[in-house]
Design a protein around this ligand. Structure first.
Ligand SMILES: Cc1cc2nc3c(=O)[nH]c(=O)nc-3n(C[C@H](O)[C@H](O)[C@H](O)COP(=O)(O)O)c2cc1C
Length: 146
């Protein structure tokens, strides 16, 4: 079985909803899904995964959450290799700069980003936002099962 890891940080639950929808959309008999908060995610989980979805909202001033997500992302630098990867997260009042910066950073780590940009949703995902997350999950599992 191919392994999909969905790991996220969420303060008020919006990015967590996105993670749950990605997991729902990714359901596939050929894919083993591991859905975890970032503080429960180990480097072993990353190493064992064939594809990784990473989620974090825009925090600080257009940056990743600094105490858990930022060091976690930093630690991926030498192990993310060419694993299939997607990024997602919720934002409030900005224009998505945190996600553009994060995407470029993951490119510089040689992650195989399978979408052209990270998926961003304003605040709590509405029905359309939830659907986009489910589609992203399906894209990931199709990539693994295919
Ligand atoms: C401390 C803090 C800093 C934030 N900074 C930004 C920001 O720079 N840009 C932005 O668009 N939203 C910002 N937000 C809004 C969050 O990204 C938004 O509320 C998001 O939905 C939170 O997702 P979560 O429920 O997964 O924690 C900030 C929120 C907090 C609490």
């Amino acid at each position: 079985m191919k392994k999909l890891l969905i790991s996220y940080w969420s303060g008020t639950g919006n990015t967590e909803i996105m993670a749950n929808c990605i997991s729902e959309g990714a359901k596939n008999e050929e894919v083993d899904i591991l859905l975890k908060r970032v503080d429960e995610t180990s480097i072993e989980d990353i190493k064992e995964a064939d594809a990784i979805a990473l989620g974090c909202p825009s925090m600080g001033d257009e940056v990743l959450e600094e105490s858990e997500m930022e060091p976690f992302v930093e630690s991926l630098q030498n192990i993310i290799g060419k694993k299939h990867c997607v990024l997602f997260g919720s934002y409030g009042w900005g224009d998505g700069k945190w996600m553009r910066d994060w995407y470029e950073r993951m490119e510089s780590y040689n992650a195989d980003l399978i979408t052209e940009e990270g998926l961003i949703v304003n605040n709590t995902p509405d029905a359309d936002g939830e659907e986009q997350c489910k589609q992203l999950g399906k894209t990931l599992s199709d990539k693994l099962a295919g």
